[in-house]
Design a protein around this ligand. Sequence first.
Ligand code: HAM
Length: 426
Amino acid sequence: MNIKAPRGTQDILPGDSEKWQYVERTLGDLCRRYNYKEIRTPVFEHTELFQRGVGETTDIVQKEMYTFEDKGGRSITLRPEGTASVVRSFVENKVHGSPNQPTKLYYFGPMFRYERPQQGRTRQFVQFGIEALGSADPAIDAEVLALAMNAYQELGLQSLTLVINSLGDQESRDNHRNALINHFDPYRDELCEDCQHRLDQNPLRVLDCKKDRNHPAMESAPSILEHLNEESQHYFAQVQTYLDDMGIDYVIDPNLVRGLDYYNHTAFEIMSNAEGFGAITTLNGGGRYNGLVEEVGGPETPGIGFALSIERLLMALEAEGVALPVDDELDCYFVTMGSKADEAAVRLIYELRKAGIQVDKDYLGRKVKAQFKSADRLKAKQVIMLGDDELQAGNVNVKNMTSGDQQEMKLDELVPYLKHELAGGE
Ligand code: HAM
């Protein structure tokens, strides 16, 4: 039998999992500073949530969802993204009733999309995302963008471009929609089948088409920025003023269209400019989604957020040659000489571990020389040596593997000695 992991999934093994932990810790710490709290939602939801939330006309809903019927005959979907679930939970748990508004949340978790796998695009990927619900202040748009940029900065990424756009409010989008239909209608027959549908259902999606990307009508398509009403223009200008105040660079791209239907006003993506990053350069995407909470059955509540995948983040770090400060050393390794000492080591390392010390030993009956080799391979900082004779006398030897210094001591001095040494000898 030769069973492999399903296409578009990957295992994260030791050596890499430490990088994941480091990134997740750093992002979690950052959220604490910005006062975003963690939320955990199920990995599957009722299919209808994504149909309504993400939007019927999106590629995600039309082509990419892992949908199945459960044994009770319900249509269930593995979540393709986190926003709809967070909003569902916000409504269901009546979080909007709390006096602490806006509600500022973050999440980590696997998402599932049936896409064509390639570098940076998998069928299961882990998103880190944030959502701020309950405020329509452009300052919170700026805060969300600041947190995103701050996250990359904190991890050491430099070659980034923040691209922003405004999709405006409903009135602006309706005006733009009509302008798009008028613009593309004469070319209807030249567009792909999907775009012909899109033109009727959601003409904005035409701008996002990979097949018709090079059609001459794309270049000259009317821009949303030309159709923003005064209020939407003012909102977008305020977001930019805050970004300018914080010294956060950005580029405005009137053609930036997001792949999900719930956006309005501020929309953004963060791209990697690192050489060798590959064809897909979007590290992060997000925007404002006023109206989504009502769509999911809650009271009128504005919202904004973003998500990034840890996979693409790690790819960007690698492309920029950033080495994460992950600790792959072992504090102590126990080397035993003789069967009595080897048996006693089981209890002794238990005591050390309970005292908070990281320690390991040999479990393959290796000879002393091979045990030292293991200690080297595991990058042990201290080697604790115990022979049958020392055990009898209640003594133990500890060797500092960096300096080579060796110290004999009573067994009951071992914990304080190791703690002192591992704290840097202070
Ligand atoms: P999205 O643009 O669909 O937005 O995904 C956000 C990020 O998830 C992308 O920029 C990318 O880093 C990562 N990503 C998406 N698909 C894949 C894939 N197949 N493989 C690897 N990484 C992937 C959302 O999901 C929205 N929920 C973001 C949001 C939150 N908007 C408001 N709040």
